[in-house]
Structures are given as C-alpha cells and as structure tokens.
Design a protein around this ligand. Structure first.
Ligand SMILES: Nc1ncnc2c1ncn2[C@@H]1O[C@H](COP(=O)(O)OP(=O)(O)OP(=O)(O)O)[C@@H](O)[C@H]1O
Ligand SMILES: [Mg+2]
Length: 284
C-alpha cells in the first residue's frame, strides 16, 4: 500500500470486560478520500471497531495511529483525535442531550474552547450541510427520528473532522430520507471529509462506497466495493447476501452483455444503460 493510512489500527485486540475477544490482531485502515462501507453480521464487531477507531474504546493490544502517529489516550491526545475523527452512533437518542438543536450542535465546538463567533460559524455550516437550518431552535425531544439523526450528524460535522464515521446511518430512515442522507454525505465528501459507514445494506454499500470491509469470523477483508461485494464466499461468511448489482452483473456476463473486466451496474440507471448496450452514465 503506497499512501499511509489517515487512521490505522495495527494488531488490535479487544474484548469487553468479562467477555471473549471481539476483535483480535486486527489491522484496519481508513484511507483519506475513500468512502468506506463496513459490513458484517449482528455482533460481528462493527460498532466495537468504530469505537476503537474514534478513541471511545482503547485496544487491549495493538495501537491506533493518525497520520502514522500513535494516539495517546490522555486528555490532549483524545482531544486531538476528536478533531480528526468523529463517530455518530446508531441511535441519535444516545447522542443528543441539549434542549435545542442549535445548543446540541454547538456543544462540541464550545468544548474545543472556540469563541462564540467561531462556534456560530461552525454551527451554521453544519446545520446547512444537514439541511436542518430551519430546525435550529426546535427542542430536540420534539424532532422526528430522521431529524434527530440529522441533528446528531450535524453535531459531528460541526467538529470539522477529517473522518466522519457513521454507525448504520440509514437504519430507520425512509427511502427519501436515505437518498437525502447520501446526497448530504456526497456534499461532505466533496468538501474533503472522508466518510466511513457501517451498514447491513449491501445494495447501498455497492452504490455508495469506494471500498468495502467485511468482518468475517476469519478476520476483516477489505477491497474495492465492486470486488469484495461480488465474493459470495466472503458475503456468506459475513452473513450477507449478494447485492442486486453484483447479481445483475453475473447475469449480464452470462448473456455476453458485459465483459469480465467491465464493471457491473451499481444503480438501476446503470443497469438500464448496460441492458440497452449503451455505456453506463457515470455517477447516475
Ligand atoms: N458494552 C458491552 N459489554 C459487553 N459486551 C459487549 C458490549 N457491546 C458489545 N458487546 C459484545 O461485543 C460483540 C460485538 O458487538 P458489536 O456491537 O460491536 O457488533 P455489531 O457488529 O455492531 O452488531 P450489530 O450489527 O448488531 O450492530 C457482541 O458479541 C456483543 O454482544
Ligand atoms: Mg452495531
């Protein structure tokens, strides 16, 4: 691997107190600018891995590095890590606690010791990125689930992290809410944020991610999403099914409509283009 990873775990072993090891000897890289989907069956350790990558948990063995520098778990080291990596947990109710949306999103930047003017700029920017500016004064307990999710993500975005890690961000969102969230994430990526998400949705992972990491009982397997998510053996080991795009690619190859090296469709629009014998429109 040529470029050093932005965030890396090396030889990480972790188990909760009074439990067996959840992860052992794990090497894991977050590469700058690459959208990464993390997949695996329930209980495989996705949330645990995300908490290790964001410093909420400390590996029993092994180490976490940022730009090649080992992370220290003292106050200073963790503050530095928090300005680089932000985790958004799956349930927004575990993250939101302030009375209003604006107060909640302000909390992180205020805690960094920024002055009020700087905090206001960051909060406005984060609310706008998540398209919830109109909700700024709303009490968080009166928000819908999707609005609470957006507020929780805005709180992380207001920290201007280089890496945003999202634990099952689309779970519980309606189809339109999922689409809107992916558009929001595209906007953040275009602004230079590296995005990592855990998901059980193989179709979404194939359509959205550059790389996919599968947590299997024999370790983590990472590679280009289209390659990893076409491996039925790995998918089975991770408790997942083949994405429809990969299934369609198999069918198109059998019909001679797609060569071995041509990428398969990731969206219905790309499938329609391939089936019509046209080159797929990119980014559709
Ligand atoms: N706080 C905890 N204390 C003890 N064991 C825990 C704790 N949190 C998780 N575990 C255990 O660690 C293992 C990994 O859990 P984790 O939540 O990381 O899995 P996951 O891949 O995120 O699962 P899911 O898809 O259900 O969210 C599971 O066996 C779980 O029971
Ligand atoms: Mg989880």
């Amino acid at each position: 691997m040529s470029e050093p990873a932005l965030v890396a775990l090396r030889g990480a072993t972790f188990g909760y107190e009074d439990g067996p090891a959840v992860l052992s000897g794990l090497d894991f890289d977050i590469r700058e600018g690459r959208a990464l989907a993390l997949l695996g069956r329930n209980g495989s350790g996705k949330t645990t891995l995300m908490r290790l990558l964001s410093g909420g948990l400390k590996p029993d063995e092994g180490r976490l590095t940022v730009d090649g520098e080992p992370v220290t778990y003292d106050r200073k080291g963790l503050t530095r890590l928090r300005t680089t990596v932000q985790l958004v947990v799956q349930d927004p109710d575990d993250q939101l606690f302030a009375a209003s949306v604006e107060q909640d999103v302000s909390f992180g930047p205020l805690n960094l010791g920024l002055d009020h003017a700087q905090v206001r700029v960051r909060v406005a920017e984060a609310l706008s990125a998540l398209d919830i500016t109109a909700l700024a004064d709303r009490p968080t307990h009166l928000l819908s689930y999707g609005q609470r999710k957006r507020t929780a993500i805005a709180g992380a975005v207001a920290m201007r992290p280089r890496v945003l890690i999202l634990d099952e961000p689309t779970a519980g969102l309606d189809p339109d809410g999922q689409e809107r969230l992916l558009t929001t994430l595209d906007g953040l990526r275009a602004g230079g944020t590296t995005v990592v998400m855990a998901t059980h949705d193989v179709d979404l992972a194939l359509a959205w991610a550059d790389d996919a990491a599968l947590l299997t009982p024999s370790g983590v397997r990472t590679g280009p999403a289209a390659t990893v998510l076409a491996r039925t053996d790995l998918l089975r080991a991770a408790g997942l099914r083949l994405p429809w795009g990969a299934a369609a690619a198999q069918l198109l190859r059998a019909q001679g409509l797609l060569t071995e090296t041509q990428p398969g469709p990731r969206t219905p629009a790309e499938l329609a283009a391939l089936a019509a014998g046209r080159p797929a429109a990119s980014g559709a």
